[in-house]
Design a protein. Structure first.
Length: 144
């Protein structure tokens, strides 16, 4: 790639993970505005929390949502339990997929949870297939 007329390199002059300013801002350092906001709010967390609760009690829906999000944060994941047969073959994986669909139909597992579980089953079934192919290939090579 040709350099421009000023003799500067175009594109990415530094390799990945290497800073152009090694003496720059350290990791975890906070921005000036963040530090200023922290100084202004220092010691006020209790008062602000109390005010948000009061506003929520008075019917301010934004304050109510803020308070509820802190009390009950959205759940990211939960353990899922249901009867699961052992998987030793592709046929077993098909049976397991049927039990996953039954769990969704009964409401004991959400469609999203079932999707995650199905992906795990699919990955495991592919692993079984690859293992079987390797076993057969090794047997064929042993015959030659």
């Amino acid at each position: 790639m040709a350099e421009n007329s000023a003799g500067k390199q175009r594109g990415r002059p530094f390799s990945k993970g290497t800073s152009g300013n090694p003496a720059g801002k350290p990791r975890g350092a906070r921005h000036r505005a963040t530090r200023a906001a922290e100084l202004l709010l220092d010691g006020e967390a209790g008062n602000l929390t109390r005010k948000a609760i009061e506003l929520a009690k008075e019917g301010d829906t934004t304050a109510l949502r803020l308070c509820l999000e802190r009390i009950f944060p959205p759940r990211k994941d939960r353990p899922v339990t249901f009867a699961m047969p052992e998987i030793a073959s592709a046929n077993d994986a098909a049976k397991l997929m049927a039990s996953i669909l039954a769990a969704v139909a009964s409401g004991s597992v959400t469609p999203h949870e079932a999707s995650v579980i199905a992906h795990l089953v699919e990955t495991y079934a592919k692993t079984l297939e690859i293992t079987e192919i390797e076993r057969r290939l090794a047997a064929l090579e042993g015959e030659i």
